[in-house]
Every structure is written in C-alpha cells, then in structure tokens.
Write a protein that binds this ligand. Structure first.
Ligand SMILES: [Cu+2]
Length: 307
C-alpha cells in the first residue's frame, strides 16, 4: 500500500522534496531517510540499470548461433560427403603434401597414428578414440598410396569408446589413409578419415643406442634430449626432469594416451624420474601432456637385439 502510494505520488510530482513532504505528512515516519539519501538510491539504481543494459548489449550472442562442428555433423546423414576438420595438429606439426585435412566423425577424440604424423615404419596397429560408446557396425579400412591393406579384425575396449585394428607388418613407405565409420547405439553412423606417412629413411636422424642396456633422456628446456632414439628390445629408458617445471612422458595419442597404456608416467616433478622397459619391438611415439603446444614430442624405436 505504502509503496504503491509513494510510486503514484512520485509519478505525479517528479520531485523528491515534495515526495518527502507527502510521506512525512501522511505517514509520520520518524526514520524515513533524508532526501539526499533517496536521491542517492535513485541515482544508484538508474546507473546500475544503464551499466547492465550496456553490458548485455556488448555481450549479446551473434545472430548466427555458435553451433559446434560435432553437433552439426551429428544431424548430417552418413551418406553425405563429410567435410575436412581443421583441428590443431597433435604431433609433428608437419604439413604433408597430399594428406589434406583430417575428417573427424562426431565424438572423435584422437587417433594413433595422429593425423599428419610421420613414422619410420608401418604401425602394428591403428586406433581411434571416441567420447561415446560405439556400436558393432563400426568399421576401419586402411590404404597405402591408394592400395587397400587388409587389416585384422576390429577390436573394441571394454567401454567400447576405442576401436582398433592390426596391420600386417612392414607395409613400407607411403601415404596411409585410415577411413573409419563410427556407429553409435542410436543407429547413427558417420564417416571419418585420418592420414599419416611412413618414411623409413627418417631413421637416419635417430640416435642409435642399441648397444646400451640403460638409456637416460633428459627433460630439459621443455624438450626430450635426445628425443629420437633407437634401443634394443629389453632396454630400460629413464627420463630425468632437469627443468624447474613438471613434465610428463605420455604414450600417444593425446589426450587418450592408450597406444601403449602402460607406457605412461604420472607427473614428473623437478629432479624426478620415470623408467620404462621396452620388451616389444615397435615404434613408440610419446609426448608431454603439459607441453603439447610447445611440441614436446619424442620417439623410441625398439629393435630386436642383434649381438
Ligand atoms: Cu612438459
């Protein structure tokens, strides 16, 4: 009642002092605030309203809603041509002629090999991680320089968010494309593609440490030093953190780290170490999760021990 009458009076008079007289005359309020205080409150409220209005106007969303690529692709039928994905390179950072951009299906997380990665030998297995459970209808096909490679049976992990397939060994140099179809429980399927390169001649850049049983790699100046080595099967490699910041030794790919799940350090604090014994031949690519943007990558080739 009081508030309504005051507002009505305010509308009629437009003057604070008249309003004050009205209030004290009709309601005899002993502790009603002074007119200076009322002016202050009114000014404050008007200022706050103006500030809020300006803030809303400058932060207004664009007329085109910011829809994520994955949600767009989800609505696209699987039969239409998927478009390339422009995502940051996760390893090597190299542009490889003829490889093009990756095509990520919805719920793609990462893959090994990574798109645009160069290996010195054909990988034993290719795998792709998703953030949603896959259905059995999913597929992986592999080709090198346009020729089909027959992969092994498609395998899933227990949670079915990761699918992989083995390759026959020694497939040789060339551009490889891994084409996949990711199907989900709701019967939607989407196609994706990653590409990588195998170049055996690259191995000449690697430091040959096959005669050593124990090998040390320094983590220094946000680099693995050395970062490309060849060791014999059974060698123990120890990483030593010489930097004042913490580092990691994580199996590719980033961020799933499951190409070689056991080959994974926890955080390595300054002066800390991590050791791993390589019992299986192959090519192990790894990275520091804290310094992917700084290209903190490394590769270890494990060979059969030749006496
Ligand atoms: Cu690091």
């Amino acid at each position: 009642m009081l508030a309504g009458k005051i507002v009505t009076r305010l509308l009629i008079t437009h003057k604070t002092n008249e309003l004050m007289e009205f209030i004290t005359r009709h309601y005899k309020l002993m502790f009603f605030p002074t007119k200076h205080f009322v002016r202050f409150i009114v000014t404050f409220c008007v200022s706050a309203f103006v500030a809020l209005f300006v803030a809303c106007a400058t932060n207004a969303p664009p007329l085109t809603p910011n829809v994520s690529l994955s949600s767009l692709e989800q609505t696209r039928p699987a039969s239409s041509e998927p478009s390339p994905t422009h995502r940051p390179r996760q390893h090597s950072g190299e542009h490889i002629e003829g490889l093009g951009e990756p095509i990520d299906a919805p719920h793609f997380v990462d893959s090994f090999p990574n798109h645009s990665q160069t290996l010195t030998q054909s990988p034993a297995r290719v795998g792709i991680n998703f953030d949603r459970s896959l259905a059995r209808a999913s597929q992986i096909s592999i080709e090198r320089d346009g020729k089909k490679i027959e992969p092994g049976a498609l395998e899933f992990d227990a949670r079915k968010i990761f699918m992989s397939a083995a390759l026959p060994p020694n497939q040789g140099d060339g551009l490889y494309f891994v084409k996949y179809r990711a199907c989900f429980a709701d019967d939607t399927c989407s196609d994706g593609r990653i590409g990588f390169r195998v170049e055996r001649a690259r191995v000449k850049n690697f430091l040959d440490l096959t005669h050593e049983k124990n090998v040390t790699i320094q983590l220094r100046r946000v680099k693995y030093q050395p970062n490309e080595i060849i060791v014999a099967r059974g060698t123990t490699v120890t990483w030593v953190n010489d930097d004042p910041v913490e580092h990691f030794v994580n199996s590719d790919p980033h961020p799933s780290h499951n190409a070689h799940p056991k080959f994974n350090s926890l955080d390595i604090p300054p002066t800390g170490t991590f050791s791993y014994t390589f019992d299986k031949i192959g090519e192990y690519t790894f990275h520091c999760s804290a310094h992917v943007p700084q290209n903190m990558f490394g590769t270890i080739i494990v060979r059969e021990n030749v006496p």
